[in-house]
Design a protein. Sequence first.
Lengths: 266, 285, 354
Amino acid sequence: MKDDLLLRWILRSYTALVFLFVFAPIVASLVFSFNSDRFPTIPLGSFTTGWYVKAFSNPEVWDAALRSLVVSSVTAILSTAIGFSAAYTDYRYNFTGKTAFVVLALLPPTIPLIIFALAMLGWLSMFNASGMTVSIIIAHTVLCAPFAMAVIRLRLNQMDPNLEPAAWNLGASEWVTMKSVVIPFTLPSIIASLCLTAAVSFDEFAVAWFVSGLNKTIPVVILEILTGNIDPQVNAIGTAVFLVSITLVVIAQMLVMGRAKKPETT
Amino acid sequence: MTSREATKSDHYAIAWRLPLIVWQGLFFVGPLLFMVAMSFFLVKNYRMEAASQFTNWSRLLSKDFFWDAYFFTLFLAILATIITSVVAFPASYFLAFKASDGARRWAIFFLIIPFFTSYLVRIFAWQVILAQQGVINAGLSFLGLGPWQMLNTQFGTIVGYLVLCLPLAVILQTFSLASIDKRLVEAAHNLGCGRLRTVFTVVVPLAKTGLVVAAVFCFILCFGDFVSPYYLGGSKPPTLSILIIDTSKSGQQWPRAAVVAITMIVTLLAVALAAIGFAYKKRST
Amino acid sequence: MMTEPLVVFDNVVKRFSDFEAVKRMNFEIREGEFLAFMGPSGCGKTTTLRMLAGLERPSEGDIRLAGKSLVDVKPHERDTPMVWQSLALFPFLNARENVEFGLKMRGIDKEKRRRKALDWLERLGIGEFAERDVNSLSGGQRQRVALARALVTEPRILLLDEPLSALDAHLVIRMQGVLTKLQRELGITFVYVTHSQSEAFAMADRVVIMSKGEIAQIGSAREIYRTPANRFVAEFVGRNNIISGKAVSRSEVVTAAGTLRLADELAPSSDVTFVVAADRFGISTTAPTTGNVIAAQLISEEFVGAMVTLFLEAAGGMELKVQIQERSLGEFSRDPGQPLFLTFDPAHAHVLKG
C-alpha cells in the first residue's frame, strides 16, 4: 500500500510538471510583458507597462487588431453555418457518397497549414483574389468549418432521432422544424462553435501570412516582429491575444461541458 | 431511422448538403488540385506560366539539399513523435487511471486551451526562456553550471514540437486509456502480473489504436510545422516547411514549393496509412 | 352507399432496400375503435404505424384516411398525431409550450392556444406542472404531457407507438386505465403498437397480430386467445397447449398421449394440430372413465396470486401447462413426479389451419 501511495505521488508530480511545461509559456509571456528588461532573465527587472504603451501606440497594431476582429467574426459565422449544415446532413441522411462527404468535411485540419497556405495562395492568385482581407476569411473558413462540424455534431448526437418527426407529426414543415426544433436544441453548440472558430481564426498565422499580402492580421504582425529580433512588445500583444482566445475557448467549453454533464433524456 | 429516402427533388436535403460541398470543393479541393497542376508550371521573369513540364520535379529531386532537408524533417518529426508519446504517457496514465472523474475533466478542459491559443506567442516565450541569457541558463549559473546552448539547436526544435503536440497527445492518450475496461487491468494484477509489466503487456496493447492515433497526429503536426525549426531550431538545416517558405516567399518559385508540398503530402499519407494498418492489425497471438 | 372505414390499407407493401418490412397488407380501421398492433420486434408493426403517420412511404399500394389517399401527403400535412415510444418531448420547451406546439403550427393565436393547452394538462391531471421544464417531470407526468400534446388538436385518430414501454409496471396499469377512459370519452380512433400482450388485450377492441411483415390474425382479444388462426398466433399468445396427432376418424385424433376426441370435423388420416387453452383443463388425481383424458406427471408449479400454473409432462415428452384457480385445486402432493389426469371438453379444443 505504501508503494501505491508513492507511485501515485510520483505520477501526480509528473503530471503537474507536464502541465507546468504546457502553461509556462503563457505565464511567462504574461510576466515578461510587465518586465522592463529587453532580454528577460532571472532576477526579473522592474515592473513596467511600457511594452503595452509601445505596442498599442503603434497604428499598425491597431489596424491589424481591427482586421483580426473582422476576419475572425466573419469566419466564425461562415464556418459555423457550413459546419452546421454538414453536421446536420451527417446526422440525418444516408446517401451514396456519404463517406466522401464526411471525409471532405473533416480533412482540412490534417493538411499541414503551410501546404494549404501555398495551395490557397496559388489558387486565389489565379483569380486575382489573394492579398485581400476576404482572402483570409475564405481560407480560414475552410480551416474552421471542421471544428464547427465536430462541435455541433456532438450536440446532435444527444438529439432524439424522433424529435424532428415529432414536430412534423404536429404540423411543422421541415423548414419550420429546423427553425423551431433543431436550432433551439443545438443552440449551445452553435454558440460554442462561434467562439471556437473565432479563436482558431484569431490565432492562425501561416495561411494568413501567405494570402494576406499587405492586409496583416495580429498573428502576422507578431510573426514579422519575431523575424526581426527579440522584442518584448510581442509579450504585450501576445498577452492581449491570449486573453481574447482563452475567453472564447473557455466560453465554448463551458457550453459544451455544461450540457454534457446533464444529458437530456427525452 | 429518420432518414427517409432522399429523392432527387428533395430540396431540403440538397440545401443542407450543398454549403460544405461547394465551399470545400472551391476552396479546399480546388487549391490542392491546382497545387498539383502548379508543380508542372514554369516561372519566367518572375511570372508563373501554365505548362506541363517535369522540370521542377527533376530539378528539385536531383538536389542533395532537398533530400537532406527531407530526411532531416522526417528524422525530427519521428523523434518528436516518440518523445511526445513517451513524455505524455505517464501523465495520461495518471489522468486515466489514478485521477478522479472530476479532476480528469478539468485536466482535459485546461489541455484544450493551449490548442486554441497562439502558438507563435508561446514559441516566443520559449525563445526567451531558452536563450543564452535566458531564464534557464540564469538558473543554471546559480548552480555553477552552463550556460548551455539550447536556442538554435535541434533541442530547441524538439522543445517547440513538444509545445505544439504535448497537450493534444495527452488528451488523445487519456481518452484511449480511460476507455479500457478497468477489470482487465485488475484481472492482470490478480493473476500476479507486476505493475510495470501490466502496463506494457495489458494496458498498451488494449489502448494501441488510440495511442497510435495520438502519435500520427503528433507526426502530422511536427512534420508540417515551420515555427519551431525556424525560431527555436535556427533553421540549421532547414526543414521542408522552411524550404516551402524560402522558395515561395523570397524566390517566387511557387511551382518548386508545390513539388516540396506534394512530396510532404505523399509522405504524410504513407505514414498515416501505415500507422492505421498497424493500429488495426489483428494480433497474431 | 356504404361509407368507407376511417383508414384503409390497400395492398400496401414496404421494402427497405433488400428487406421487405411489410408484405402486401390489406385491412381497415373503423372509426372510433381501439386497434392494437402486436407482434415480436421486426414484425412490421411500427413500420405500419409510421406509414400511417407519413414517416415512411409505402413502396406499393395505397393508404386512405377518410376516403382520401395519404401516399403523397407530407407528414406535417396530415392530422395523425402520434405518441412516441421515446415520448420525443421538446427538451427546450416547458410542459405547456410542448402541448401548444401543434396549435402554434396551425396558426392559432397565443391566448387561445395557452388556454387549450392548460385545459388539456388539467384534464390529464398535471395542470400544476404546466410551467415546469419537461426534464424535471417524472416518467408518468412526461407521458401525460406527450398525450396532451398529441390530443390538443382534437384529431380523429391518435397513433401510439409503444408509449408505455418505458414505464414501471404499476404505472403501466394506471396509464392503461387513463388511455381506455380517454378513448371512450373522446370517441376517437386509437391505433396502438405494442409488443406486450397484456397491454393489447387489456385495452384494444381489436388486435392485429403481425409476423414477418404479414397479418397473422385480426380479431378481438377473446377470439385470438380462444381461436388462434395458426400455430404462430397460438405460440405467440403463450397460454396455449399445442398438441399434434393424426386423425383416425372424423372426430378422433391419435396423439402421443392417447386418442382424443375433438368437436371439429376432421379429414380422416390427415395431420391435425389443435390447441387447448391452459385454463380449459380439468385436473384430478384419479382417472376419469369418460371423455378426453391425458395422463401426465407434475414437473413444477408457479403461483401468481390466486391462480396457479402447473407444468406437466405426458407420454411421448408432450409438455402441457394448466392454469387453474388455487382454491379449486384438490388436495394432492405437489412433488415432482406426482401422477395427474387432465380432462378437457372437445368443444374447447381448437383445430389450427395450416
